[in-house]
Design a protein around this ligand. Structure first.
Ligand code: NAP
Length: 248
């Protein structure tokens, strides 16, 4: 059964990792998919072709998620070309880990802009067509680090905690328009962002994870599919962890 037929989804930062898995999962389920990237031109082109092979419309946009004007341009372009925006996944994100003593103001600002302002930028744009349609699902990628904190990740944790407050507020503000807004909080997922975890052996991390392994991007994409689809029609303002019980 296809869960997203006749829906149009935007996924930010989908040239790699979790975003890529979400874009593929959505196309598999019949959604037209627009996705963004920052610099991975070739990977984005390849993904666009892969998505089209599912028989859906798909388009890659080079668009900086941290740039407010770019989010406005992206939304206008998508509406012109695809006609509607039913699902928005704010996935693009970075980490610039450092102990607070060594963290520069520039590192802090970069993380806030890419991870938190980005979520404001695109959500502010997509709610306009969603309000008109009285329908929409917004999914924001937070992290268990946004709930637990983590030494060396104060900027990342603050940005991901900010996403949770934003998600819950948007859900309350726009519920009456049938717009749902939820967050996903992954634990350690095997992507470029976490490749450093393999330095010195991945096993040492597994004792912190009751399921005894890292997660796969597809396992996060399954949660996104649930939240994007009508399967979750009464779920809003929630944070769903996909962390192998690392955070309970
Ligand atoms: P990743 O493998 O590093 O991929 C990041 C993606 O975001 C890439 O497609 C990148 O594009 C894009 N991107 C980065 N900055 C961007 C910007 N300013 N504008 C547009 N696109 C941008 O990351 P990931 O591990 O898949 O993480 C995806 C999301 O899940 C992030 O929000 C991350 O914080 C969150 N998360 C990840 C984990 C984990 O364990 N991996 C855990 C918890 C939460 P380019 O390829 O062009 O650079």
């Amino acid at each position: 059964m296809k869960l997203l037929e006749n829906k149009t989804a935007i996924v930010t930062g989908a040239s790699r990792g979790i975003g890529e898995a979400i874009a593929i999962k959505f196309a598999e389920h019949g959604a037209n998919v627009v996705f963004t990237y920052l610099s991975s031109e070739e990977r984005a082109k390849n993904l666009e072709e892969k998505l089209i092979a599912f028989g859906v419309k798909a388009k890659a946009y080079k668009s900086d998620a941290g740039d407010y004007a770019a989010a406005e341009q992206l939304t206008n372009d998508v509406l012109k070309e695809f006609g509607s925006i039913d699902i928005c996944v704010n996935n693009a994100g970075i980490s610039k880990d450092n102990l607070l003593l060594r963290m520069t103001a520039e590192q802090w600002d970069d993380v806030m802009q890419a991870n938190l302002k980005s979520v404001f930028n695109l959500t502010k744009q997509v709610i306009k067509p969603m309000m008109k349609a009285r329908n929409g699902s917004i999914i924001n990628l937070s992290s268990i680090v946004g709930m637990k904190g983590n030494a060396g990740q104060s900027s990342y944790a603050a940005s991901k905690a900010g996403i949770i407050g934003f998600t819950k507020s948007v859900a309350q503000e726009l519920g009456s328009r049938n717009i749902r807004c939820n967050a996903i909080a992954p634990g350690f997922i095997e992507t470029d962002m976490t490749h450093y975890l393999n330095d010195g052996g991945a096993e040492k991390w597994f004792e912190k994870i009751p399921l005894n392994r890292f997660g796969k991007p597809e396992e996060v994409a399954n949660v996104a599919l649930f939240l994007a689809s009508e399967m979750s029609s009464y779920v809003s303002g929630q944070v769903i962890s996909a962390c192998g019980a690392m955070n309970t």
